[in-house]
Design a protein around this ligand. Structure first.
Ligand SMILES: CC(C)(COP(=O)(O)OP(=O)(O)OC[C@H]1O[C@@H](n2cnc3c(N)ncnc32)[C@H](O)[C@@H]1OP(=O)(O)O)[C@@H](O)C(=O)NCCC(=O)NCCS
Length: 195
């Protein structure tokens, strides 16, 4: 199966494929982010070093099987968060996930990381749409999708209910098609916003 690039650079962030050797950097990023992650990330409440190692091992397996492509978000070589492309929404689609260390929020870096993922995702053969899913109580996540030009495609009860303490159990789905992304990119080049 076709794989994305292991390193994606965009503006101030570099995404690089998670490796099992990243355990210390992963642990440092997560341990400083727990309070900020626990409301939204189901794994955060029980996170420990063993779980971090399992996450990195799973990333290798899923990358190799083509099921998911997980990246560390880095700025000046420091790991500041995590993101990935996932084959969870059916043929032709990829969804995106992300989190940032709270010290690095509020600067557009999650939006930049997600932009790099969308650009890469649409370069993979057969990908015609990308989605971002989040709980309705997490508008900061939806704002990333909105800034990227995704459109809200629907919302409804999460089948499993709230999965983390901040959630209300309503899933919001944002979507952009390859044609919409191409048109948006062309328009931004036209206005000089992109070169
Ligand atoms: C979701 C999450 C990554 C969003 O982080 P974020 O900092 O809001 O998003 P960005 O890094 O794109 O930054 C956007 C902010 O920077 C500002 N900004 C500054 N320069 C910017 C630029 N060049 N481009 C875009 N935004 C910019 C924006 O105005 C926005 O500010 P606001 O929060 O006051 O509206 C973060 O809240 C998080 O890690 N949450 C916990 C985990 C989580 O919920 N993950 C998603 C699960 S579905």
């Amino acid at each position: 199966m076709e794989e994305p690039a292991e390193i994606l650079s965009h503006d101030q962030v570099e995404l690089r494929r998670w490796r099992t050797s990243d355990l210390d950097a992963l642990q440092e990023a997560i341990s400083g982010s727990l309070e900020h992650l626990i409301p939204w990330m189901p794994w955060a409440a029980t996170h420990d070093r063993e779980q971090g190692a399992a996450f990195l091992a799973r990333n290798q397996e899923e990358w190799e099987s083509g099921h998911a492509f997980g990246y560390a978000i880095t700025s000046d070589a420091t790991v500041i968060g995590s993101c990935g492309l996932f084959r969870r929404i059916g043929a032709g689609g990829l969804d995106i996930g992300y989190w940032l260390h709270p010290r690095w929020t509020g600067r557009g870096l999650a939006t930049t990381a997600a932009t790099a993922l969308v650009e890469q995702g649409f370069q993979l053969a057969g990908i015609d749409r990308m989605e971002i899913h989040h709980d309705a109580a997490n508008p900061a996540s939806g704002a990333v999708a909105h800034r990227l030009g995704f459109m809200e495609a629907g919302r409804g009860p999460a089948p499993e209910g709230p999965a983390a303490p901040g959630e209300v159990g309503i899933d919001v789905v944002w979507r952009i098609t390859a044609a919409q992304w191409e048109a948006r990119t062309a328009a931004r080049i036209g206005t000089g916003e992109l070169r």
